[in-house]
Design a binder for this molecule. Sequence first.
Ligand code: NAP
Length: 248
Amino acid sequence: MDDLKDHVAVVTGGGRGIGREVARELASRGARVAVVSRNPESCGSAVEAIHAEFPGQAAAYAVDVADHTAVQEVAKRILGDLGGTDILVNNAGITRDGLLMRMKEEDWDAVLDTNLKGAFNTVKAFMRPLMKSEHGRIINIASVIGLIGNAGQANYSASKAGLIGFTKAVARELAGRAVTCNAVAPGFITTDMTSELPESVREAVLAKIPLATFGEPRDIAAAVAYLAGPSARYITGQVLAVDGGMTM
Ligand code: NAP
């Protein structure tokens, strides 16, 4: 399928896990993809893997999405290199879990700065080219935890609930410029982020998933590609849960 041919996509957190699969999926549909991650090795290796299948369709950019000034600078480089932006996927995210009683201020700040302010930083940086595109799409990767909360994740829950509010406000602000803005809320997806959870926690989560299996990054990539593609042109301000039925 080449429904994203001639489109430029920016995927944050594209070095590993869900973002890496999203970047690959968008490239497979013809988009040229700026793969953004914190470490150059991470986005570099994702781009190498994309080039092996889809030569010349990706470029790597290392930046901390929480750093407002650095994001504006890297955005200028991306726009210079790729010539515009049609699709922005805000996927970079971290956890710093702990019960509120013991949660340190720096754990709160780190999670909010990356997961929520990071999206503000990139939307600010790419808003003009998205408005110029005839096909502007913003897709924010939230979480079911932003919908239902989770003990031990007050910072993460707040960041993802905030991202959902941000999604709806941006959808309303940019609708007049034909830019859509939606969120995907993954359930439990097998990546580095979830691999370190103790077996007991994994079993407890599994018991709450009606489809009785964990999701894979490709499940999220398929939802993002749908929202980025022409079939989703009339969908904005929505939250699409991809969670095996956890939050139905
Ligand atoms: P992951 O495997 O830990 O990968 C996270 C990616 O984000 C990495 O490429 C990392 O860069 C990048 N990143 C983190 N902080 C960054 C920063 N400050 N600046 C730039 N890049 C940064 O995570 P994942 O499981 O794929 O999760 C991706 C997104 O889905 C996150 O927003 C997460 O909250 C959300 N989500 C995940 C699950 C799940 O079950 N896995 C469920 C719901 C929602 P480096 O590679 O350079 O470190």
